[in-house]
Design a protein. Structure first.
Length: 278
């Protein structure tokens, strides 16, 4: 376990996926979406459907300026697990001028009623390995978050859109809204699973969403995280991850495309209404 407060500050200096089809945010006017993942496999389906206009390399990371479902997007698989994608968050905001962020990919299921291939949409995020490691034990601290309870908020309108899109893709009974726990370690432990349930009432666990959302919060950019469960963070997690990671990644990517598709449809409807004779 690690004390992540200084590391998150570092990510902010260097320096994540979603939204609803209702009229609630149809007039938000998002001009460019940053769509992020940690792994190439989580971005593969989106890139295969995108019309890429330009690939720009910054450091070791490739950013794809593209159109996807007729929306202006910048796509990035941000370098792997952990805190590294938070640096790409800042680059998306400052270099590419995105005004909404969607983080897409896979996660381990934590809540007892979840199963592999369910989708969890972030209500908020928590850094589960932020705290103090003593000789006796690890003591969790809320210092890495934004709110008093250590949570990091995500955008209400994007979250509602993501839930609606996910239900369209996989059905109501396979979509959950709740806390997503983020930390550096891949969790494959029933004991730690119990900690995540009891301490945070978490629905899923992954490595990138919390730091990404923390950077987005600092720059007042709306963000949402969409995760399809590739495993259940238990003793079988590594085998399950290997078996389901690609299918789960494509599941989340399909939700992202449904969000953009519906958003485009709303814009076209609004434009038609504005140009129709009175």
């Amino acid at each position: 376990m690690f004390y992540l407060k200084n590391r998150l500050r570092y990510a902010l200096v260097l320096g994540v996926t979603i939204f609803s089809f209702s009229s609630l945010w149809a007039n938000e006017g998002y001009k460019r979406f940053g769509i992020m993942s940690a792994l190439d496999s989580e971005m593969r389906l989106l890139l295969s459907h995108a019309a890429v206009h330009e690939k720009i390399s910054i450091g070791n990371i490739d950013y794809y300026v593209a159109s996807l479902e007729s929306k202006d997007v910048v796509l990035v698989a941000a370098g792997g697990y952990g805190i590294l994608p938070s640096a790409s968050t800042s680059i998306l905001i400052h270099e590419f001028k995105v005004d909404a962020l969607i983080f897409t990919g896979v996660a381990g299921g934590v809540a007892e009623d979840t199963k592999v291939m369910d989708i969890v949409v972030s209500k908020n995020l928590i850094i589960h390995d932020c705290g103090i490691q003593t000789n006796e034990s690890f003591v969790w601290k809320p210092d890495c978050g934004v709110n008093v309870d250590g949570s990091i908020p995500t955008d209400d309108k994007l979250r509602e859109a993501a839930i609606e899109a996910a239900r369209h893709v996989v059905g109501d009974e396979n979509v959950f809204e709740g806390t997503i726990a983020s930390g550096e370690a891949f969790i494959a432990s029933e004991n730690y699973l119990h900690f995540l349930r009891e301490e945070f009432d978490a629905y899923a666990v992954e490595s990138e969403g919390g730091p990404v959302a923390r950077v987005a919060y600092e720059f007042d950019v709306p963000v949402v995280v969409i995760r399809t469960l590739s495993d259940l963070a238990d003793g079988n997690a590594r085998q399950s991850f290997t078996q389901f990671v690609n299918k789960a990644a494509d599941n989340s990517a399909s939700v992202v495309m449904e969000i953009l598709r519906k958003f485009r449809s709303h814009e076209q409807t609004n434009l038609s209404s504005e140009t129709s004779p009175q």
